[in-house]
Design a protein around this ligand. Structure first.
Ligand SMILES: [Zn+2]
Length: 205
């Protein structure tokens, strides 16, 4: 595969997010720093940088299947992407966004439980993919990414690192759900087996 396995950027990404969370009272209270560290351990393999955007997209991507984060940015003069490049390109919000995807990735069992819970409330059979909060695949094959990208951005916003240009509408929906159910419940939705907040999905479905 094209790209560089970039250990330095991976470490910088982890340090940045842990620092932000350590300074954030509500994040620490709802998730706990040990939960965050455990999820990073379990859900992040490698960070691959220096992938030309034309290959797979812009910005970054968290890949559920191999647990890698791909960053479509390259270093100066064909060199490996460095921390300085990241600062220069104002890409810290991008790194935070992709790591939040990894942290909030649900396992198979959690996805199945969530899917059952959705059925209980909405009588709609959905397949829930391993991802932040959820990617919901409807019977007709359409993918509801609202809770995935919107929730990720919303969480980044709580950490002061929301990329204001991405998924604007989806993020706004999550802000509206927050108004309806409160910050704590919205946050708990991302954490393991808190399915009470499944009712919030009706805002998005
Ligand atoms: Zn994303």
């Amino acid at each position: 595969m094209e790209g560089t396995v970039n250990k330095k950027v991976k470490q910088y990404m982890i340090d940045t997010v842990l620092n932000l969370i350590n300074q954030n009272r509500i994040f620490k209270k709802v998730y706990g720093i040990d939960f965050i560290k455990k999820r990073i351990e379990e859900n992040l393999n490698e960070v691959i940088t220096d992938i030309p955007p034309e290959i797979n997209g812009i910005g970054g991507r968290y890949i559920n299947s191999n647990k890698n984060i791909m960053i479509f940015l390259s270093g100066k003069d064909n060199c490996e992407l460095t921390i300085n490049d990241i600062k220069r390109k104002h890409a810290i919000p991008l790194l935070v966004h992709e790591l939040i995807h990894a942290i909030m990735r649900k396992n198979d069992e959690e996805c199945k439980e969530l899917s059952d819970e959705i059925y209980k409330y909405y009588k709609k059979r959905t397949e829930v993919e391993l991802s932040t909060g959820v990617v919901i695949i409807y019977d007709d094959g359409a993918i509801g990414i609202g809770l995935n990208e919107g929730l990720t951005n919303w969480l980044c916003g709580l950490l002061g690192k929301n990329d204001k240009n991405s998924y604007k509408n989806l993020t706004n929906i999550v802000y509206q759900v927050e108004n309806a159910i409160g910050k704590n419940k919205m946050m708990k939705f991302s954490k393991g087996r808190n399915w009470k907040c499944v009712q919030a999905i009706k805002f998005i479905m």
